[in-house]
Design a protein around this ligand. Structure first.
Ligand code: PMP
Length: 369
């Protein structure tokens, strides 16, 4: 990978203008990268200007929506494929199989096309036709299967595993429990955050699906800062991890649900296991707060974000308020609102989820669908 270069004149100008850490981005540019896989990562770190003003902190969001597949999951997709190659499980012309309905499938589709592998995706048949169509047009073979619980052998994850086992030169990438997922964030996202801030991070918070992002970044930041950076899980309703952390390790049954796609978890995955004890605490964020922040980020920051990103921003704001003025709080902007626009900005959908009243009057103009 080409290293990021700083061009002297712009950097000099920035320093003459009394620059602080957040306006050096204008002076960085990346050289040529060799193919799509090298275009994954090195995303900008955006200072959320209004929220930073309001909290008296630096609230920073890692722009993961700028990855080629449009989400933070491109990093994990690349690392699970590289891991399978390095372990000799995947050779040229081979097949990658995964159970996913979301961003991991899209990331894998890009990575597999770029590297010449076939991709097979199993997903619950409750998913939208749009998701199936997108994966198919990105070259994946897609099997929508009955939406049954994890302990049923027909669950999409088990079907994905069996499909890979029945083929030669095929691997089930198993994003939830394959720790190459968290390694992506230990080796790339964490170091990028550290370099982009010059180590000036006081707190980090984000939500989890597989846990790879939270665990990997927490591990890196705790190590790089000798434990100084405070790290917090941000959990949606219907996830058990907040209560797991608050109760000192008790797993309860899953109840409730959330509009935030891609996050919320019913168990401690292998990706979370090594690092969950490193966390300093956890927050739970309501759907009302998350949806309001989708609209606020659009209106105040010009950022078009999915609901998991908005939840992360709410969490960053709450952590900033708790820690007090002058702190730098970092979070992850996981993906954009593009795939969710027909819901997030639809009056009918908001009403169906009892979330219409969560949108303040001055932001109603964005409810256009
Ligand atoms: N946000 C979105 C939109 C996602 O698709 C995912 C992955 N399912 C996450 C957040 C959570 O990332 P991770 O799997 O690394 O916990």
């Amino acid at each position: 990978r080409q290293s990021v270069r700083r061009f002297g004149t712009t950097a000099l100008r920035a320093s003459q203008e009394g620059s602080t850490l957040y306006n050096t981005r204008v002076s960085t540019v990346q050289g040529v990268v060799n193919g799509l896989t090298e275009a994954i990562g090195n995303t900008p770190l955006i200072r959320l200007k209004k929220l930073s003003e309001q909290t008296g902190c630096n609230v920073l969001g890692k722009a993961e929506f700028q990855n080629p597949g449009g989400s933070v999951k491109d990093r994990a997709a690349l690392f699970v494929v590289k891991d399978a190659e390095e372990k000799g499980l995947l050779h040229p012309g081979g097949t990658v199989v995964e159970g996913t309905a979301g961003n991991t499938g899209i990331g894998l589709a890009h990575v597999c096309r770029s590297k010449g592998y076939k991709l097979v995706i199993y997903m619950p048949n409750t998913q939208s036709q749009g998701k199936i169509d997108l994966l198919r047009l990105l070259g994946a073979e897609v099997y929508p299967v009955p939406a049954v619980a994890f302990d049923n052998p027909q669950n999409y994850n088990h079907q994905a595993k069996r499909h890979a086992e029945a083929l030669d030169n095929a691997v089930w990438t198993n994003q939830f429990d394959n720790i190459a997922n968290r390694l992506a964030h230990i080796e790339t996202t964490g170091p990028e955050l550290w370099a982009q801030t010059g180590g000036k991070i006081d707190a980090f918070t984000c939500s989890t699906g597989t846990g790879g992002t939270l665990a990997g970044i927490t591990r890196y930041l705790k190590t790089a800062s000798d434990g100084r950076v405070k790290c917090f899980l941000a959990d949606p309703p219907g996830s058990v991890l907040h209560s797991y952390i608050q109760s000192g390790g008790k797993l309860i049954d899953r109840t409730g649900s959330s509009i935030t796609e891609g996050i919320g978890q019913g168990r401690v995955t292998e990706n979370l296991k090594p690092d969950i004890d490193l966390l300093d605490g956890s927050l739970t964020i309501s759907d009302e707060k998350s949806i309001e922040m989708v609209y606020r980020c659009l209106d105040e920051e010009g950022l078009y974000l999915g609901a998991s990103s908005a939840l992360n921003v709410v969490a960053a704001k709450e952590v900033a308020e708790k820690m007090g003025k002058g702190n730098t709080v970092v979070t992850i902007l996981c993906d954009g609102a593009y795939r969710y626009a027909d819901r997030l900005f639809s009056n009918t959908w908001l009403e169906s989820k009892n979330l219409r009243s969560a949108i303040p009057k001055h932001l109603e103009k964005y409810i256009v669908l």
